[in-house]
Design a protein around this ligand. Structure first.
Ligand SMILES: Cc1ncc(COP(=O)(O)O)c(C=O)c1O
Length: 410
C-alpha cells in the first residue's frame, strides 16, 4: 500500500495519519491486527483475492471475517501443532462449542446418522438432539468403551462417529485408533473433541481421525480471559469446513487470536504443572474414606489406564471423583453435604469452565447426559487443578471434607 500525500483538511488528516509505517521493526511477537476492512491497490487484486478466499486458499483474505495476519498466524500454528506430520488446515470459531456445531453442520445432511460417544460434552448432545434432529439428522449414543465394536453400530446412513477422549465428567478413555480404523474401512468420518489433552498430550491425527476440535478457551489460552474454538481438518475436508465457516460468518477478533498465540508459547510448561498438581491431588483423594473412586486416566486404578498409557503422553488438570454413596441418608442430606464440600474453600473457585491457571470445583449432574452407559457410581464432583501449590489445594479439600462431615452429622 503506497503512502498518501499529506493533506491539510483535518477530517482527512485524522483518517490517514499514522496508518502506514515505513520502518521495518523485528519484534519477537507479531502485532495485533484489528480489522474489518482489508485494502487493495487495484480492483484486479481485490477480485483475485476474492476468488482465492472462495477456494479456501491459505492466507487469502478480502475482509476481517476471512482472516487477518493475526488470525492467519494462529490458524497456521494450530495446523502445525495439532496436525504435526499431517496435511491439515485449521479454522477458528468464537467458542469451542461453535467449533463443534460448525464442523457438524459442515458435513451432515438430512437423512444422515451420527454416532456420538455417550461421554460427549453436554452441549454437543444438546445440539445433536436439538438442531441436528430438526434438520433431519439422527443421532445415537454409543458406549465410549466400545472400541472396534463400533462396527456393529454403523448403519448404511451413518456419516460420522464423534469421539471425545477422555469423556466429559466420567473420563472414559476411548480406543480411538480402533474406532478410526473401523470407520475408515466403512467409509465413515471420525471427529474428536481433543480439548482435554490438547496437542501437548495427544496426537489425534496419528490415531486416524479426520477432524480434531479444540476449545482454545481452555489450555491454549490458559488464562480464563477469552473464548475461542478451532476445527482442524484433513485437507480433503477443508473445502466443506471452510464453506461452512464462511456461510455461518464464523470469525474471531485479532485481540483474542493474539492472546491464544501468546498462551501457546507457554502451554507445554503449564500443562506439565497442571499434570503434576492434579496427580498430587488425585493421589490424596484416593486415600480418603469419603471417596468411592477417582476418575483420572493416569491412575493405575482407572479402567482404561492401559489405553491412556498407550495413546497419551500426559494428563491435564481435569478429573472427577465420586463420593461414597452410602454416606448419604437422603437426597437433601446429599445436596447439603456436597454444597458444604464445594463451598468451604479458599482456593478452588466454583465454576463450569477449566483449562485456566486457577483451580475449580463443580458437582456433576450427568443423569440426563448419559443414555448408552448410565453412570452407576456415587455423586460426582469435577475438579480442575490449576497452578496453585497442591498442598494449598489439598488443605482446601481437607477443610471441605470436614465441612461435609458436619453437614452429614449436624
Ligand atoms: C470437552 C469440552 N469441549 C468443548 C467445550 C466448549 O468450549 P467453549 O466453552 O469454548 O464453548 C468445553 C467447555 O467446557 C468442553 O469441556
Amino acid at each position: 500500500m503506497s503512502r498518501r500525500a499529506p493533506t491539510s483538511a483535518p477530517g482527512t488528516r485524522f483518517a490517514e495519519a499514522g496508518r502506514f509505517l515505513d520502518v521495518p521493526v523485528g519484534t519477537a511477537n507479531l502485532p495485533v491486527h484489528r480489522a474489518s476492512t482489508v485494502l487493495f491497490d487495484t480492483l484486479a487484486q481485490a477480485e483475485t483475492a476474492g476468488e482465492a478466499v472462495g477456494r479456501g486458499e491459505r492466507h487469502a483474505t478480502t475482509y476481517g471475517t476471512a482472516g487477518t495476519p493475526t488470525t492467519m498466524a494462529l490458524m497456521d500454528a494450530l495446523a502445525e501443532v495439532e496436525g504435526d506430520g499431517h496435511e491439515v488446515r485449521a479454522a477458528l470459531m468464537p467458542s469451542g462449542l461453535a467449533a463443534i456445531t460448525t464442523v457438524l453442520l459442515a458435513v451432515l445432511e438430512p437423512g444422515d446418522h451420527v454416532l456420538v460417544t455417550d461421554s460427549a460434552y453436554g452441549p454437543t448432545r444438546v445440539f445433536c438432539d436439538g438442531m441436528l434432529a430438526r434438520l433431519g439428522v439422527t443421532t445415537s449414543y454409543y458406549d465410549p468403551t466400545v472400541g472396534a465394536g463400533i462396527d456393529a453400530l454403523i448403519r448404511p446412513e451413518t456419516k460420522l462417529v464423534w469421539l471425545e477422549s477422555p469423556g466429559s465428567y466420567t473420563f472414559e478413555v476411548q480406543d480411538v485408533p480402533a474406532i478410526c480404523a473401523v470407520a475408515r474401512e466403512r467409509g465413515v468420518l471420525t471427529m474428536i473433541d481433543n480439548t482435554w489433552a490438547s496437542p501437548v498430550f495427544a496426537r489425534p491425527f496419528d490415531w486416524g481421525v479426520d477432524v480434531s476440535v479444540l476449545a482454545l478457551t481452555k489450555y491454549w489460552s490458559g488464562h480464563s480471559d477469552l473464548l475461542m474454538g478451532a476445527a482442524v481438518a484433513r485437507e480433503p475436508l477443508w473445502p466443506r469446513l471452510w464453506s461452512a465457516v464462511r456461510q455461518l460468518g464464523q470469525c474471531v477478533s485479532g485481540d483474542d487470536a493474539w492472546l491464544v498465540l501468546r498462551g501457546l508459547r507457554t502451554a507445554e510448561v503449564r500443562m506439565q504443572r497442571h499434570q503434576e498438581n492434579a496427580l498430587a491431588v488425585a493421589h490424596w483423594l484416593q486415600r480418603r474414606a469419603e471417596v468411592e473412586s477417582v476418575l483420572h486416566p493416569a491412575l493405575f486404578s482407572h479402567p482404561q489406564h492401559a489405553l491412556w498409557r498407550r495413546d497419551f503422553s500426559g494428563a491435564s488438570g481435569l478429573f472427577s471423583f465420586s463420593l461414597e454413596p452410602s454416606m448419604f441418608a437422603s437426597d437433601a442430606r446429599r445436596r447439603a453435604a456436597i454444597a458444604a464440600l464445594c463451598e468451604h474453600r479458599r482456593h478452588f473457585g466454583i465454576g463450569y469452565s477449566w483449562g485456566g491457571f486457577e483451580s475449580l470445583i463443580m458437582p456433576a449432574r450427568i443423569e440426563q447426559l448419559r443414555s448408552a452407559r448410565p453412570w452407576a457410581g456415587g455423586p460426582l464432583v469435577r475438579l480442575h487443578v490449576g497452578l496453585e501449590h497442591p498442598d494449598d489445594l489439598i488443605a482446601d479439600l481437607q477443610a471441605g471434607f470436614e465441612a461435609m462431615q458436619h453437614a452429614l452429622t449436624g
